[in-house]
Each structure stands twice: as C-alpha cells, then as structure tokens.
Design a binder for this molecule. Structure first.
Ligand code: PFF
Length: 454
C-alpha cells in the first residue's frame, strides 16, 4: 500500500497542509465574534484548554489511523479492522467532507465575487442597509453565485488533480505564509485606526461570569470545526506523512498555527469594526455586510488605502477557504483512487460533478429554491446543520472510540512515540491515552447534546 503512494516532503510541508485545512472561514467569521461575546480573554483560555485536552487527542486519533495505514478513510479502517462494521465509518467520512465542500464552495464563490468587486468597482454604500440589500440581492440571484461557485470548485479541482506533492503541498507552501503575512499586515493597519482600542478591549477584557457550561460547549464545538475534525480530512492528510515523522509535534504545530491565525484575524477585524462604529456580528454577515460597509466608510476618507485593504482582505478570505476546501476534496479523491481504482484525473472530475450539483442546489436555495425545505430548513442550512452539528461530532466520537478502545494499545503507543524514539512523547503517552479513552468521548457527547438542544 505504501509503495507508489505520494508523501509530503517533510514536517513543515505536512504542518502547512494540515494548517491549510484548519485555517479557513471558521477562523475569520466565527472565532473573533465568539471571543468578544463570550468573555474575551476568559474565552480564549477556555478555548486553549479545549484545544489541548480535547481537540489535540481527537486530532491525534485521526492522524494515527491515517499515518499507521498510509491509506484514505475507507481503506484505513478496512486495514485496521478488516471485515467489521468500522468500514461504515470509513464510508461516512468519505461523504461528510464532500457535503461540507458543497456548501463551503458556495461561500468561497461569494468571496470570489466580493474579491472581484473590490478589484473593480469597490464598495461605496453610504449606510449598512444598502450593503445588506446588495448582499441579499447578490446571493439570491441565480447567475453570478453559481458562476463563482463553479470557479471556486474548478480551482480546487486543478490543485487536487495535480497530486499531493505538486498540487496540494506546493499550493499550501506558497499560500499559507502569504496568508499569515497578509493578515498581519491587515491587523497592523486595523490597529492603527482611531477608535481601535475599543475593539482590542472587546477581545481581551476577561469576563469570567460569561463562562457558562454552554460557553464551554461552544468553545469545544468551535475548536472541533476549526481543526477540521471528525470528517476524515486529518486522517487523509496524515496518511501522506512519512513513517518516521513525529505525529504529536505535527499536531501541536497545526493547532498552534490555527489558534494564532484565529487570534490575529480577531485583531484584524474587531478594531476596524469598532473604529467604524458598528455592532460586531458573526457568520456571512460579518464578511459580506460589515466588512464592505467598513471599506465604504474608510473609502470616503482615504479611497486608495481602503481599496487596497479590501482587495487584500478578500484575497485572504478566498485563499483561506481554498486551502480548507482542497483538504475536503482530497478525501473523496483518495477514496476513488485507492478503492475504486480510478485515475486521479477521473476521480477529480467525478467529485467535481457531485459536489458541483449539491453546491448548486445550496446556492439556489437562497433564490429560486428558497421554498424547498428539508426538516424546515433551506438546502444550504440543512447541509450546514447536518455536518457541523451531527456528522463532525459523530465521526469524531467514532474515531476516538476506535483508537482508544478497538486498536491495539501497543500499536497506538508505537505511533504516538515514533516507535519509542521520542522521549517527550513516551513521557506524555499515558496522559494522552487517558484523554483519548475517557475525556474525549464524554466531551464529544456533551457537545453533541448541546448542539441538539440548543
Ligand atoms: N477548518 C475549516 C475552517 O475553520 O473554516 C473548516 C473545515 C475544513 C471543516 C475541512 C471540515 C473540513 F474537513
């Protein structure tokens, strides 16, 4: 199985690819808002703990399965538990990232649309209401969102079809450092605006009274989404990591970059929001209403600076979404290539067709298909709810149960400690084993029920 399989060049390449998957819309449109709303620095501490004690063990569980077998989700579980029902987990995690990809590509497409606008006409609205109605008009019109969804997905297809090393690795190696440089640049500018201090206070002022059980569950849920857990992307990327590589170091590196990017994004966005004197929000509204309004307001004062910052911002959002989307795309391609023996090109085309159709339905659910409801939700919201609230947590739970309770402890130890050669990893193995077997499953069940009843 390992013979002809491609590998990432080294630890840096692996971390950049994994961080590429992790760093995405979740870091930009949800994290800063959650921090501000849920206790500032107090939330950041809870989030850090959630990452360390929950997300890192889950991340490692997925990574161990992929790294041990050097196979995609389905093949990996077949190898480790041949002829058992675990193969259904393998199959589930082929489909769940593809569902996410379908609607993620729609939002990626909107970002391309706004990047295009920032490059051409720019943003000129005089009040937030005008910006909001332009946004509502844009997403409900069938033509342009579909066109941009197609462009976004085609971009992913081109990168993925070029292969793991010359496509995915190369793209992430160029894009990730660039994204960090851009977001730092934007943050510097944002912090220099008059009135930025209030935005900083919004992010850092600790308020421990806001740390309720549901805030803790929200922190765990956010770290889950942000680290792309439970849907086989981490497993698949880890399967391209060389045998001798240290999985714990790779995992901690990825989590560190993801957190750092989320924090910098917070300091890039919130000071500008407060400087413009508007209410902070989360979700698509932040990117497609609040930000364009800020650019329009800034533009009235210093037009060219505002135009440049707008281009850089939307460029960052588009490419952060791209690096996440290709990780989901690759899960499906790996399955078709390894299990169905398709060529990489054919597999790429097939995934393109499937996700394009589902994505098109999601896109049209803001316009012509608005009346089509699934369990009372639009097609877009249904796909989002199904994956973020159920499939990710369910997949994550099954992965930790598999590694913690089904796999041979000696094999897990061997993977975790790099065959017993890493002294640090040997020292912390028992703590990891405990978190994996007891803490992670209970915490995931808590997140699951909080999502269900929230
Ligand atoms: N981690 C990505 C984000 O924060 O935007 C989202 C994501 C990527 C979720 C890949 C799931 C996935 F498989």
């Amino acid at each position: 199985m390992t013979g002809k399989r491609e590998h990432f060049g080294g630890r840096t390449a692996a971390i950049l690819a994994l961080a590429g998957s992790a760093i995405g819309l979740g870091n930009i449109w949800r994290f800063p808002y959650m921090v501000g709303q849920t206790g500032g620095a107090a939330f950041i501490i809870i989030y850090l703990l959630a990452c360390l004690f929950l997300s890192v063990p889950i991340f490692l569980a997925e990574a161990i399965i992929g790294h041990r077998t050097h196979a995609g989700t389905f093949g990996a579980l077949e190898q480790l538990a041949p002829g058992t029902k675990w193969k259904w987990l393998g199959l589930l995690t082929v489909f769940s990232p593809l569902i996410i990809l379908s609607y993620y590509s729609v939002v990626g497409g909107w970002s391309i649309g706004y990047l295009f606008q920032s490059l051409t006409e720019g943003f000129h609205a005089s009040d937030i209401g005008t910006v909001s109605s332009a946004y509502a008009k844009f997403i409900s019109s069938p033509g342009r969102p579909l066109l941009f969804h197609t462009v976004f997905l085609l971009g992913c297809a081109v990168i993925v079809s070029a292969g793991v090393k010359s496509g995915i690795e190369k793209f992430n190696k160029i894009t990730m450092p660039l994204l960090f440089a851009l977001i730092v640049l934007i943050m510097t500018y944002s912090l220099s605006l008059p009135g930025a201090k209030e935005g900083v206070a919004y992010l850092v002022k600790p308020d421990f009274s806001k740390i309720t059980p549901s805030a803790v569950a929200a922190a765990m849920g956010q770290s889950f989404f942000s680290l792309s857990l439970g849907v086989g992307t981490i497993l698949t990327y880890a399967s391209y990591i060389r045998r001798e590589e240290n999985i714990l170091a790779t995992g901690l590196g990825t989590v560190g970059f993801d957190l750092l990017f989320a924090l910098i994004a917070g300091f890039a966005i919130m000071p500008a929001v407060f400087a413009a004197g508007i209410e902070p929000g989360a979700g698509p509204g932040l990117i497609f209403e609040t930000l364009p309004y800020i650019f329009a307001k800034m533009g009235a004062a210093v037009p060219w600076v505002s135009a440049v910052v707008a281009v850089l911002f939307f460029f960052t959002i588009v490419f952060a979404a791209f690096t996440s989307a290709i990780s989901m795309y690759e899960v499906g391609v790996a399955y078709l290539v390894e299990q169905r023996k398709l060529s990489r090109h054919k597999a790429t085309v097939l995934i393109f067709v499937g996700t394009w159709i589902l994505g098109a339905l999601c896109s049209l659910s803001f316009g012509p298909l608005a009346q089509t409801k699934l369990f009372g939700l639009s097609i877009f919201s249904f796909c989002d709810m199904l994956t973020s609230n159920f499939l990710m947590t369910f997949g994550g739970l099954l992965f930790v149960l598999f590694v913690g309770w089904k796999m041979d402890k000696a094999v897990v130890r061997d993977e975790f400690t790099v065959g017993g050669t890493s002294r640090f990893n040997c020292a912390v193995f028992d703590a990891f084993w405990f978190l994996l077997r007891y803490v992670a499953p209970v915490a995931i069940v808590v997140i699951f029920f909080t999502n269900f009843f929230a």
